[in-house]
Design a protein around this ligand. Structure first.
Ligand code: IVH
Length: 686
């Protein structure tokens, strides 16, 4: 006999778990921590383990599917799942309204709801007595595939509706989709594991729902926005579409908060423009806006054409995908010698612009995509993202495009050239690497050009007016070969360049002169050492204080700098081991490039020569600020604790660095002590 207490406890747990599940997944507003949720969940599992007879289909424990299907059953929809009429311009939208008003014999503006048209998979959920009993895809509109086991794994979909006013039966419609962040994360994982990538979030959602093993679905980042009710029993009588949405929300379903109720078509076009402007910032992909007449009575009057209702229309945005043809592949040489294949495409309009080329990143990408010249390809340009070939269309599978592979024909194969397209040096492709490189460094004209462009760029030496074209001309005319050559240029030399007058030449020379006053961090960044970006350059400058110290640093010293791992350290050492690179740096110094001596900035430097490490969470002062303050006082701030460390500042939840410092007997202070010390020192300075 199961005691009443157990029943009550079980019920309480299920109610609580449903509530917290909804707060977290539907309302984005959790009230308890994940750990607290886990405790409740574990309690439920424990009771269900003890009393298996009390386990119900819709218990919160029953989400993660263990079911394996052989095929999807057919599920008939109680009311058909319609599709939408489409339009792509304001005038078409106005025509649609005009037709509707005429049909209604009415002149007065209509009330509409405007909703983003989510790019996912249309799904119908069937709830009986508030419990989810079936879920199906749209199929042919009359019947679809039963995907309940998979749908149950989606945390944002309630297994039981909340509230005591749920109708006896209801079909709830909406779109299951994969948020962009989840899609990107999935793909970057798949890429690093050499697995197949998802083409777009919509395919990601569709593929996830089509799994026969619902454990796979459970591991995919899926969620749902509900946008209408299909059939519902007569014990529910909503008056407007807006009421429907508000009620769905109250029952615990996710409803898009961008949805708006407006009056008149002008307000709709405003909405369309406003959402389009924010399209790239949304957390999900949309392909347009759905506009629906809000009153259910008017919907009823307007009725349905063959497949789509007269009371709704989809305004389509420009597509973010298009198919085009791969015409040729060029190989370009980047600043660091990386050989980048660039696809030349039959121009195509996608994501609001015309695209005629797309980077293929590296030869590995060509192999992954199994691309051949002349292929039809699927091009995607979502958000402000650069266009990307996501797929070769057609049957390339039996025709793998690697040299020597059976089935590949010589003419349409894309092969890495043997020689650098810029300087003719043999290209190097390490066996385990996807990136091929020209090893010629600054001897290679393209690398030279890109290096000098980088050197002069805004975040580096910031030479105003030194555009790409001018760099190209200076190199073509053999006026510049190395960085230091820039500082030897004369007005007369620059003035004779194409489209350069005396005046602009003077300006450029002045800008070159002005760039001499810089910072060590900018200078390090300008050198273009592989994988040394601005942030790393700042850390290196702060740590070493001058360029010779950086040049002479060994691996052990370099990896102590924040952000610097062994690969970056090796790149730095390789850079400075190059005689001519160092010679050019010396010439630059002689030409008058200077930066304020970081160490000399503050006269009073009580921490001169000391190495400090910050660890854990600082709550009072941002870490970057603390670091700068310590550096001001002469300290070097390192990222790892070693026997060289003088002091460790341990913030909240400090971990391994703290224990290491303890074991090495290094001085340890907390944030408050550090602040005290900094406060006293700044008082002294003042
Ligand atoms: S209303 C009669 N609202 O767009 C009403 N559809 O052809 C039919 N879709 O695949 C649907 N977001 O899944 C509606 N807010 C939204 C929508 C939406 C996306 C999809 C729907 C269907 C297609 C309509």
């Amino acid at each position: 006999m199961v005691s009443k207490k157990v029943f009550e406890e079980l019920d309480k747990l299920r109610v609580a778990l449903r509530k917290h599940n909804r707060l977290y997944h539907v309302l984005d507003d959790p009230e308890i921590s994940d750990a607290e949720y886990d405790v409740l969940f574990a309690k439920l599992l424990e009771i269900e383990r003890q009393y298996p007879e009390l386990v119900t289909e819709n218990s919160p424990s029953h989400r993660v599917g263990a079911e394996r299907l052989d095929a999807f059953e057919t599920v008939e929809h109680r009311s058909p799942m319609l599709s939408l009429d489409k339009c792509t311009s304001t005038s078409e939208l106005i025509d649609w309204e005009t037709r509707a008003l005429k049909y209604l014999g009415q002149q007065q503006a209509l009330v509409y709801t405007c909703e983003p048209k989510i790019d996912g998979v249309a799904v119908s959920l069937f709830y009986a007595k508030g419990e989810l009993v079936s879920a199906a895809t749209r199929g042919d509109g009359r019947a679809g595939e039963g995907i309940l086991a998979n749908v149950r794994t989606i945390a944002a979909i309630p297994l039981v509706l909340s509230g005591d006013n749920t109708p006896r039966e209801i079909e709830i419609r909406g779109e299951i989709y994969m948020p962009i962040a989840g899609f990107n994360k999935f793909n970057s994982q798949a890429q690093s594991q050499g697995k197949k990538l998802l083409v777009n979030p919509r395919n990601g959602a569709a593929g996830s729902l089509r799994q026969l093993d619902s454990r796979i679905t459970a591991a995919r980042p899926l969620t749902m926005y509900c946008y209408s009710a299909g059939y519902y029993s007569a014990d529910w009588q909503p008056k407007s579409h807006w009421d429907v949405l508000m009620q769905l929300k109250a029952w615990g379903l996710r409803v898009n908060q961008e949805t708006q109720r407006v009056t008149g078509i002008d307000a709709c076009t405003n909405y369309i423009d406003k959402i389009l402007a924010r399209r790239d910032a949304l957390a999900y992909e949309i392909d347009g806006i759905v506009i629906k007449s809000d009153s259910l009575e008017i919907q009823q009057k307007l009725g349905v054409l063959t497949r789509s209702p007269r009371w709704a229309i989809a305004y389509k945005y420009p597509s973010q995908e298009a198919t085009t043809e791969l015409l040729s592949v060029d190989f370009q040489v980047g600043r660091t010698g990386a050989i980048t294949p660039v696809a030349r495409l039959e121009p195509v309009f996608v994501g609001g612009v015309t695209v005629s080329s797309a980077s293929l990143h590296n030869i590995g990408e060509i192999r992954r995509l199994n691309l051949r010249l002349g292929d039809k390809v699927l091009l995607r340009r979502a958000g402000d993202v650069i266009p990307k070939i996501v797929k070769a269309l057609g049957d390339n599978d039996s025709n793998v495009n690697i040299e020597g592979f059976e089935g590949s024909s010589a003419e349409n194969m894309i092969n890495l050239p043997d020689l650098c397209p810029s300087c003719g040096t043999s290209i190097v492709l390490a066996a385990d690497e996807a990136i091929a490189r020209c090893p010629a460094g600054l001897q290679c004209p393209d690398q030279r050009r890109e290096s000098i462009r980088h050197f002069a760029s805004r975040l580096a030496m910031d030479i105003d007016g030194m555009g790409d074209r001018i760099v190209e001309l200076l190199i073509e005319q053999e006026l510049v070969e190395t960085f230091s050559d820039l500082y030897a240029l004369e007005v007369s030399q620059v003035a004779q360049l194409e489209r350069m007058g005396e005046k602009s030449a003077e300006n450029l020379i002045q800008a070159i002169e002005a760039s001499k006053s810089t910072t060590l961090a900018r200078f390090i960044y300008a050198l273009g050492i592989r994988e040394v970006g601005e942030a790393t350059a700042v850390n290196l400058a702060a740590y070493f204080g001058d360029i010779s110290a950086l040049k002479n640093a060994d691996l052990e010293q370099l990896v102590r700098v924040e952000d610097v791992g062994e690969i970056v350290a090796a790149n730095i050492m390789e850079y400075f081991s190059n005689q001519s690179a160092w010679l050019d740096i010396e010439r630059l110094r002689q030409a008058g490039i200077y930066w304020p001596d970081i160490q000399a900035k503050t006269a009073h430097q009580p921490l001169q020569g000391q190495i400090w490490v910050l660890t854990g969470k600082l709550t009072e002062m941002p870490r970057a600020k603390a670091k700068a303050a310590l550096q001001q006082l002469g300290a070097k701030v390192a990222s790892a604790v070693s026997s060289q460390t003088d002091c460790l500042v341990a913030g909240e939840k400090a971990g391994s660095k703290l224990s290491k410092a303890q074991s090495l007997g290094i001085k340890i202070i907390d944030e408050a002590e550090m602040l005290n010390f900094l406060g006293r020192e700044s008082a002294r300075q003042a």
